[in-house]
Design a protein around this ligand. Sequence first.
Ligand SMILES: Cc1ncc(COP(=O)(O)O)c(C=O)c1O
Ligand SMILES: N[C@@H](CCOP(=O)(O)O)C(=O)O
Length: 432
Amino acid sequence: MNYYSLNRKAPDTNFENAVIKGLAPDRGLYFPREIKPLPVSFFEDIDSKSYPEIAFEAIKQFVSPEIPEDILKTIVEETLSFDFPVVKLDDKISTLELFHGPTMAFKDVGARFMARCLAYFNKNNTNEVTVLVATSGDTGGAVANGFLGVKGVNVVILYPSGKVSDIQEKQLTTLGQNITALEVDGVFDDCQDMVKRAFLDAQLTSKMQLTSANSINVARWLPQLFYFMFAYKQLHNQHDAIVFSIPSGNFGNICAGMVAQQLGLPVKHFIASNNANNVVTEYLETEHYNPKPSVPTISNAMDVGNPSNFIRIQEIYNNDFERLQANLSSFSYTDDETKTALLEIYERYNYVSDPHGAIGYLGCKDHLKTNPNAHCVFLETAHPTKFLDVVEDVIKTTVALPPQIEAVMGKEKVALQISDYEGLKAFLLGTI
Ligand SMILES: Cc1ncc(COP(=O)(O)O)c(C=O)c1O
Ligand SMILES: N[C@@H](CCOP(=O)(O)O)C(=O)O
């Protein structure tokens, strides 16, 4: 598959180059030249397919011919070695649990998929790659875990100091080996800007091959489309008007859902559920896109003021505001509303959600007010114990720690403090 830059000032490239480069030379995000719908029979026969079989068929066109089919089969099987259950709360609302992977966040799938693609491209150990990642909480841990020990790959994670949960911080600062954590005096958007700036810095790019493991990288972004197909497989026999409410920050996940829809997945509507960082909610109300500095919330992984993937969403809809509005709604919620929702989900359904999922639940409730015939699936994007203080404080109950979380609890944080781009550059050049 060829990919083009959304800034349209760089040549097309293939999947391998798009993955290794991360961002196009004109600083644009890569986007597939074509999204060919899957045959109708793919969806009709979905009950007979396993998750890896669904994933293989869905992603094949985006990675061929650079990843041969037998390798791709192995990659998806290894990537998807855990479950993706839908839990029905009632006849109107379900949740898709995306937290059964090694770091208990939905990012595990993209991180594991991308790590395996890079390892394949670097099979002869000829090109050392430095992977830069900006995280507002979960991407860092998932990428650290997914890339740990991958030969020829060094991972550098930038995270905003004091703005990720304790467990998220442990997950991204305690692995060692080929993983380094940089604690940035700033917000997530500062970290993301530094990563993008590094790609354009000739002093760096002449010395090392840099790429990104954020959703700006197509190998991290596209596998997220699997989730929507897995939910459809579990629900399509009971509900024919499925809508998804996606807790959104950098908008990679929801945008991947829209690619699944382009592939033919029967999705009725998308809901971007946001915390106070509401640039897209405002856009859909006003048609003005006005990125702002992010504000801290209890759903910290969504504290993004300038979502990278919004430009991909606009591309999918051909920059047609009316078409976008017809397929996408967006709501934004305060921390108090999030806490109230967390408690309501617990008391009404005996289900413990995390603050991000709780925002997804609120999006479902708001959508159902005007669309009572829909069945709304909100994505549970992280395990509640990743936000233990908030969750236990709200539901007034102790939540048992799963083994994946217990494993990092006693570990010692190792991170290097930096305050600006020069700090990142000095680290990469080995001068600090
Ligand atoms: C728990 C959680 N929920 C939601 C999101 C938002 O996802 P996206 O950035 O793809 O919009 C993130 C971070 O990406 C996350 O870690
Ligand atoms: N919410 C993310 C922010 C980065 O998103 P990404 O999908 O672009 O990696 C996080 O948890 O780090």
